[in-house]
Design a protein around this ligand. Structure first.
Ligand code: SF4
Length: 329
């Protein structure tokens, strides 16, 4: 049996607010094996980014509460000290964000920022060796004229180039896991495809597992092997990409798939799921998707569905499958 590199069990992240404790991520469980690409998908506000920030220990400790287990190679990071988390971040689990400018310092050259990351990881390296590594890494992520680029500032680069620099920086320490939070959302479609291709290549060449946080099922289809669908802080469906695309079971997953534009079909209007994701403080009783669900029935308005195994590779949280024969998982 494969031991997952990351095994998140019943993760619950809540924030202290004037209105009391608000739970944004509610008993979320998933795992990633070494070298695997797992997608977490859902609309804005469904809790996917808070999930990834909780794994990284980046939710503010004074205003939040993180419960459950975040097992990284068996070590529970939810209980780890800040000192230990600083070692884990960057070295073992790296993260890239939607907008690279929020992570790159506009006052320093690309080279000095990369070299700093390299020397933090390996203090024995000379400045010259670190510079050489920085150039090699920039070439590895497909950036042209890497020797000149290290002397340039972030604002001199295009969005796609900056995201490549961020990927280079994240991959410098050969992390076990790369968390990518909407890494292509701010980019043009052609550049998006190039960045996904690069991530796929790095994932194949190294054994780095990727946790891809996205609202875009197109990205999931492109790069992931398994997918977890989140809604209102909970996992509502999970499975292999093949099973989810072939036989989406949760009405929310079906809606997300229907919302993906299909170039082969001429449609008057694109489909969109009616309504919005409810706010954490005002979740409906019963199934939280009920106000937006065309299949909602009486039970959905009273009782919260549980995550049920439909097959060895697919689970769903919906009362429509209550009577289906359960598989052993
Ligand atoms: Fe829709 Fe009911 Fe299933 Fe919720 S439990 S998704 S409301 S059918």
């Amino acid at each position: 049996m494969v031991t997952p590199v990351l095994d998140v069990k019943k993760l619950k992240t809540s924030f202290f607010t004037d209105d009391g404790l608000l739970t944004v991520v509610n008993e979320v469980s998933f795992h990633i094996n070494a070298g695997e690409v797992l997608g977490i998908v859902g609309e804005s506000g469904c809790g996917k980014s808070v999930t990834s920030l909780s794994v990284m220990g980046l939710v503010p400790a004074l205003t939040s509460k993180v419960e459950g287990e975040i097992l990284y190679k068996g070590e529970n990071l939810a209980q780890a000290s800040e000192k230990r988390m600083r070692q884990v971040r960057g070295n073992e689990i790296a993260m890239i964000f939607q907008e690279p400018m929020t992570s790159l310092n506009p006052l320093f050259t690309i080279g000095s920022q990369l070299m700093e990351a390299i020397r933090l990881h390996n203090k024995k390296l000379s400045k010259k060796e670190a510079k050489q590594q920085a150039v090699t890494m920039l070439k590895k992520v497909g950036l042209p004229r890497a020797d000149e680029l290290i002397n340039e500032y972030p604002h001199q680069l295009s969005g796609g180039m900056r995201q490549r620099v961020m990927i280079a920086m994240a991959m410098i320490c050969n992390p076990q896991i790369l968390i990518a939070d909407e890494p292509t959302t701010a980019l043009d479609v052609t550049i998006q495809a190039q960045i996904l291709e690069l991530m796929k290549k790095l994932n194949e060449e190294t054994d780095t597992a990727i946790l891809m946080i996205t609202h875009d099922l197109g990205v999931v289809a492109e790069i992931c092997q398994r997918v977890v669908v989140m809604y209102a802080g909970k996992v509502v469906e999970e499975g292999t990409v093949e099973s989810i695309f072939k036989k989406p079971s949760h009405p929310y997953t079906k809606g997300l798939i229907q919302s993906v534009p299909d170039m082969r079909q001429k449609k008057e209007r694109l489909f969109s799921i009616p309504g919005n994701v409810p706010k954490p403080g005002s979740l409906p009783i019963g199934c939280q998707f009920a106000p937006r669900c065309s299949y909602a029935h009486e039970k959905c308005l009273k009782e919260t569905p549980y995550l049920k195994a439909l097959s060895i590779e697919q689970k769903v949280r919906c009362w429509l499958y209550e009577d289906e024969k359960e598989s052993i998982v």
